[in-house]
Design a protein around this ligand. Structure first.
Ligand SMILES: [Zn+2]
Length: 255
């Protein structure tokens, strides 16, 4: 986890952790250690000892991508313990009546369903952001370097082996896929720049997605604006972009 409790009961982000101090799990209260060995897949994080009895048995990914998303939100919104009927889990982000989950590593359909059920039973709306970089491809083309936004189809295939989406998905669950692309823009200043684009999904079958083609690329700042995180007044929220997109552009309705 990236958030722990210190001995004075303060929430501390891993980026501010001091190795000489003691930290505890916000769910079970056990003492945590800091796992500092870094790789692309694993960022420095707080971890339980090997014989932990922590009740939060969900598999939280600790990738750099995950950390970079979480840290955009205020500490009090990150890894919030949600309790329902005596069961406790840590939500990546809890802000207002929304739980936001970031997922970089493969996720089984069972766990995806369990998390959605848990949070919707608690009365929250759930929004997922999946790291889809290099994990999607055009269903009509052998070309694996699909850019969904530039593509004339609004459908693509998930390349992952684990079928996260093979079970029906509840109402009140929204999904965005985020991937990196070089946009073809008129403005030369943006030439060869990599952008992170988020696509809102409208329909899912076990392996393919249909998505909402917006007239403006949705970027992380637009997404954050929905939650009052982006302070730039000029920036439109993702919801505004979706609402202002002519229906003829997509033919689908975002859920
Ligand atoms: Zn714990």
């Amino acid at each position: 986890m990236f958030i722990a409790i210190d001995k004075d009961n303060n929430r501390v982000g891993i980026e501010n952790a001091d190795k000489t101090k003691e930290y505890f799990c916000p769910v079970c209260g056990e003492k945590l250690s800091i796992r500092a060995k870094e790789s692309i897949a694993v960022k420095t994080h707080f971890t339980h000892t090997r014989n932990s009895k922590c009740v939060d048995d969900w598999n939280h990914d600790m990738s750099e991508w995950h950390f970079n998303w979480q840290r955009r939100f205020p500490t009090e919104c990150r890894e919030v313990v949600i309790e329902h009927n005596g069961i406790k889990h840590r939500a990546d982000i809890c802000i207002g009546n929304t739980i936001i989950e970031f997922q970089h590593s493969p996720l089984s359909s069972e766990e995806f369903k369990k998390r959605n059920e848990f949070y919707t039973n608690c009365g929250y709306k759930v929004v997922w952001v999946f790291d889809a970089d290099e994990k999607i491809k055009n269903p009509y083309d052998e070309d694996n370097t699909l850019d969904p936004v530039k593509n004339r189809f609004n459908e693509f295939i998930w390349k992952r082996a684990k079928e996260t989406f093979s079970k029906p998905i509840q109402n009140n669950v929204g999904i965005y896929l985020e991937y990196k692309t070089m946009l073809t823009l008129q403005d030369k200043r943006y030439e060869n720049m990599i952008f992170n684009i988020m696509i809102p999904i409208t329909q899912i079958t076990p392996k393919s997605f249909k998505f909402f083609k917006t007239h403006v690329y949705i970027q992380p700042n637009n997404f954050l604006k929905d939650y009052g995180i982006c302070s730039d007044e000029e920036t439109m929220s993702a919801t505004q972009i979706i609402q202002q997109t002519p229906r003829s552009l997509n033919g689908y309705k975002i859920q």
